[in-house]
Design a protein around this ligand. Structure first.
Ligand code: ZN
Length: 210
C-alpha cells in the first residue's frame, strides 16, 4: 500500500473526514469530506498540502470546513457530483442553515465527476468514482485500491437514511447492491460515520432485502 489513511471525527455529528497521505510522496495529501477539515489540516507537516477534497455528498456534517480547507490551500481541487455542487451553494439544501453556521460555497475549485471517472492521486493509485444515490441524489462513493469511502450511502449495519431532501429508498437499495457487487473479501468500507469495517462483516440483508 502506497498510502495511509487517518480519520478525523466532527464531534457534534460523529461524521468522518479521512486524510489520505502517500508513503512515497509525502507532500501530496487528499481529503474525503471536510466535516472536520480543520483538525485534518492541523495534523499536516509544514511541507504538506491538501491537493484535493472528494465530497461524498453535501450534507453539513460532511462539508462544514470546506471553506477553511480552500482558504488554507486555494488551489486545492474539489471533486463532487453536480447535485453536490448545487447543494454546496445552498445553505438549506446542505442543511448548514439549520446548524447555525451557514455554508455557501461556489468556488472555481469544483470539478464535477461521474460514474467510472478516475482521478490519479499518487504513482500507481487512482480514485475511482461510483455514483451511489439514495441517501441523497448526489451521493458518491470513492474507491482507492481496496478501500471504499461510502459517505452516508452505506454506514455499516445501520439502515440508510432516505428521509432527507432528495433521498430515495429504491435508489439507496440499488446503491447498496452496487457496493456489494464491487467489493470482495479484501475490501474495506470507510463510511461517513462509525468505523471502518471489512466488506464481509456487513449484514447486506439489512440493505438489499427490505
Ligand atoms: Zn448525509
Amino acid at each position: 500500500m502506497e498510502f495511509k489513511i487517518k480519520k478525523f471525527i466532527l464531534k457534534s455529528s460523529n461524521s468522518n473526514t479521512y486524510l489520505i497521505q502517500s508513503e512515497v510522496d509525502e507532500k501530496r495529501c487528499y481529503l474525503i469530506d471536510a466535516g472536520n477539515g480543520i483538525e485534518a489540516i492541523n495534523s499536516l507537516q509544514p511541507n504538506q498540502n491538501i491537493d484535493a477534497v472528494f465530497l461524498t455528498h453535501a450534507h453539513y456534517d460532511h462539508i462544514a470546513h470546506i471553506g477553511d480547507v480552500i482558504e488554507k490551500f486555494p488551489s486545492c481541487k474539489i471533486y463532487c457530483s453536480e447535485y453536490t455542487r448545487i447543494a454546496l451553494s445552498d445553505y438549506k439544501l446542505n442543511l448548514s442553515f439549520y446548524h447555525g453556521t451557514p455554508v455557501i460555497f461556489t468556488g472555481e475549485q469544483i470539478n464535477i465527476v461521474k460514474e467510472n471517472d478516475n482521478i490519479p492521486l499518487f504513482n500507481q493509485e487512482k480514485m475511482v468514482i461510483l455514483e451511489t444515490p439514495g441517501h441523497n441524489e448526489g451521493c458518491l462513493t470513492f474507491q482507492l485500491a481496496n478501500y471504499f469511502f461510502t459517505g452516508d450511502a452505506l454506514i455499516p449495519n445501520i439502515p440508510i437514511v432516505t428521509k432527507l431532501k432528495s433521498g430515495n429508498k429504491q435508489q439507496a437499495k440499488e446503491s447498496a447492491l452496487k457496493i456489494k457487487m464491487v467489493t470482495d473479501e479484501n475490501s474495506f468500507i470507510c463510511p461517513g460515520h462509525l468505523n471502518m469495517i471489512k466488506s464481509t462483516e456487513i449484514d447486506w440483508k439489512l440493505y438489499i432485502n427490505e
